[in-house]
Design a protein around this ligand. Structure first.
Ligand code: PMP
Length: 381
């Protein structure tokens, strides 16, 4: 079988830029290169386009009562959300809650606050179905809890954690603010912002530009700016803005939402096919939970071959895929997520994550499965 150059199954790490988005971005880069803070006509035009893009995104997500801060991606958005809120509100308490299965940008932001600024952090466990234990969360809330942050869709195994349930519980039982990392949720599941105070997003997971993202903050909330600089973005994030990337975000979000239903219908077909094929391979155990996950992320372990061997062998056949979170790319390091699901060390070190995109076909995946079977046959110990 042949395919175009290579088969890309790492769409959870980054996606190919949509042609329309790239066209607009190229146009914007050429035409609107001026500094959005400059007072001449071109600078003002750039600034106005950024403001328009902000309002469009707020409209699209139906969150008119939020402020939007453009960032260099979700890592920065998560850092701002967590550190800026914790620092600003520390006089109200120094207890924070998150989960054991957060993306590194969240997990390490909490670790930073604990290590350097004297905050106390509670890390919640995971139920076997990949959800948060609400009783454990309720019991962890204290009068000095100021922030709870829990991922919306897990980037390693794709499980959906219903933030409506836990945010409601937090609001009913404490004064804490709620932050949701919605990076892997946008364009995959319907979003609802009731009781959500802060939410982080990234463009390159939805066929947008790398190094671009945004943070939503409920209007009345004050934060301590993490990036000290000029008065850009209302003083919340100094620095010359990446205007073309920021402006094209409006189109990126619009397309992701417009295509969500159609993409999901196709992704379900791809996902059903993969689950069926993977379940039929005796040495494979599934780490994703099929009935509680987005369709585009499927994580499994090949129990008699290490991840590194499989990834290299697939790479040699021009199939590009990752083991899990690409931010945690040491294959000999245990996976926090799989550990939380009580997976053995062996399973953790033989983990593979398929990241699908709606442009893939069943034929592509048939080729992947055939190649995977050959590799397992060749390398099984
Ligand atoms: N959160 C989640 C859930 C992610 O999957 C990622 C990307 N791997 C990030 C945060 C960080 O996003 P970015 O690459 O835009 O910094």
């Amino acid at each position: 079988m042949s395919f175009k150059e290579f088969l890309y199954l790492d769409n959870t790490s980054s996606t190919k830029i949509d042609k329309e988005i790239l066209k607009t971005y190229t146009y914007l880069t050429n035409r609107y290169f001026a500094n959005a803070s400059s007072l001449h006509t071109l600078g003002v035009e750039v600034k106005n386009l950024e403001i328009k893009a902000k309002n469009q995104v707020l409209d699209l997500l139906k969150v008119k009562n939020y402020r939007l801060i453009f960032t260099s991606g979700a890592t920065e958005a998560n850092n701002i959300a967590i550190k800026s809120i914790a620092i600003k509100n520390q006089h109200l308490g120094k207890h924070l809650i998150t989960s054991k299965v957060e993306h590194d940008s969240v997990y390490n932001s909490f670790k930073f606050l604990a290590d350097y600024l004297g905050f106390e952090v509670t890390y919640l466990n995971l139920n076997q179905d990949g959800t948060i234990n609400l009783d454990e969360l309720k019991n962890s809330l204290r009068p000095d809890t100021i922030l709870v942050s829990i991922i919306g869709v897990n980037n390693e195994i794709g499980t959906i954690i219903n933030h409506q349930k836990w945010c409601k519980l937090v609001k009913e039982n404490s004064k804490a603010l709620c932050h949701v990392d919605m990076v892997q949720a946008l364009g995959k599941i319907d979003l609802d912002f009731l009781n959500v105070d802060l939410a982080s997003f990234s463009a390159h997971k939805i066929n947008g530009i790398n190094g671009s993202g945004f943070l939503l903050i409920r209007d009345h909330l004050k934060i301590a700016p993490l990036i000290s600089g000029g008065s850009q973005q209302d003083g919340f994030r100094g620095g010359t803005s990446n205007s073309p990337a920021n402006i094209v975000l409006a189109k990126t979000v619009r397309l992701a939402l417009e295509k969500q239903e159609e993409n999901n219908a196709h992704l379900k077909i791809l996902s059903d096919f993969l689950y069926k094929e993977l379940k039929a391979i005796s040495t494979i155990s599934l780490n994703s939970i099929q009935n509680n996950s987005v369709y585009n992320i499927i994580n499994f372990s090949v129990n008699n071959v290490q991840s590194e061997i499989i990834l290299n062998a697939l790479n040699n056949k021009n199939i590009y895929i990752s083991a899990g979170s690409t931010c945690q790319d040491d294959l000999y390091e245990d996976s926090r997520v799989l550990k939380a699901l009580n997976k053995s060390e062996k399973e953790q070190r033989s983990r593979i994550r398929i990241g699908l995109d709606a442009s893939l076909t069943i034929k592509d995946l048939q080729y992947f499965i055939e190649t995977l079977k050959e590799i397992i046959n060749d390398y099984a110990i």
